[in-house]
Design a protein around this ligand. Structure first.
Ligand code: AMP
Length: 214
């Protein structure tokens, strides 16, 4: 199954992606994670991406497209993949379509998780992640016992640099301007699958499974 996950920042793409990848046994490719790892490793690409990410802007298309193209050539992607956070512009979606067609592949679904702006702001600004094990908490909806320490491993909890209120607002504007047009793009191709992401994680995942296997 070849899937792209659409939906604004904070819709729960990463959380659902982990479950989808496990259930359908396909690799989970998160461009945001690839960039965060490159920033942590202080690679040249990471240093370039960091400035855009911290401003809440998109990393230039040519950088992201190059990374995804290379990743999709991996043998583990031959039987399917789940792209999380890519494409984010029409140019990226067109590049993906072209790249897949070169190897006789095509997308099966563009899965859009829908959540309103007020909920997204609450979700993103309250998010905390463990530096050590990557577990994600929310200060209100899924609070750790201490705001600074991971319950699971004792690691330090941190707030992503781009989850501050000002940057979140910018990221949501960027989503509306540059990424939301992909809903029409995939609708026109009869690939769009929409799910209400305002519900709990388990309910959203049940709906996702039903829609993907329908
Ligand atoms: P995410 O973890 O998906 O919210 O991504 C975090 C940040 O990484 C975004 O706000 C962008 O700055 C950058 N990024 C991730 N994916 C893309 C993409 N497909 N195109 C451009 N920038 C991206």
């Amino acid at each position: 199954m070849n899937i792209v996950l659409l939906g604004p920042p904070g819709a729960g793409k990463g959380t659902q992606a982990l479950r989808i990848a496990k259930t359908y046994d396909i690799p989970h490719i998160s461009t945001g994670e690839i960039f965060r790892r490159a920033v942590a490793d202080e690679t040249e690409m990471g240093m370039r991406a960091k400035a855009y990410m911290n401003r809440g802007e998109l990393v230039p298309d040519e950088v992201v497209i190059g990374i995804v193209k290379e990743r999709l050539e991996g043998p583990d992607c031959a039987e399917g993949f789940l792209l999380d956070g890519f494409p984010r512009t029409v140019a990226q979606a067109e590049a993906l379509e072209k790249e897949l067609s070169k190897s006789g592949r095509e997308l099966d679904s563009g899965l859009d998780i829908e959540v309103g702006r007020a909920s997204l702001i609450k979700r993103l600004t309250g998010r905390r992640t463990c530096r050590a094990c990557g577990k994600v908490y929310h200060l209100t909806f899924d609070p750790p016992q201490s705001a600074t320490t991971c319950d699971a491993c004792g690691g330090e909890l941190w707030q992503r640099d781009d989850d501050t209120e000002e940057t979140v607002s910018k990221r949501l504007d960027v989503y509306e301007e540059q990424t939301a047009p992909l809903i029409d793009f995939y609708n026109e191709r009869d690939l769009l699958v929409e799910v209400d992401g305002e519900r709990g994680v388990d309910d959203v995942f049940s709906a996702v499974k039903q829609l993907l296997t329908a």
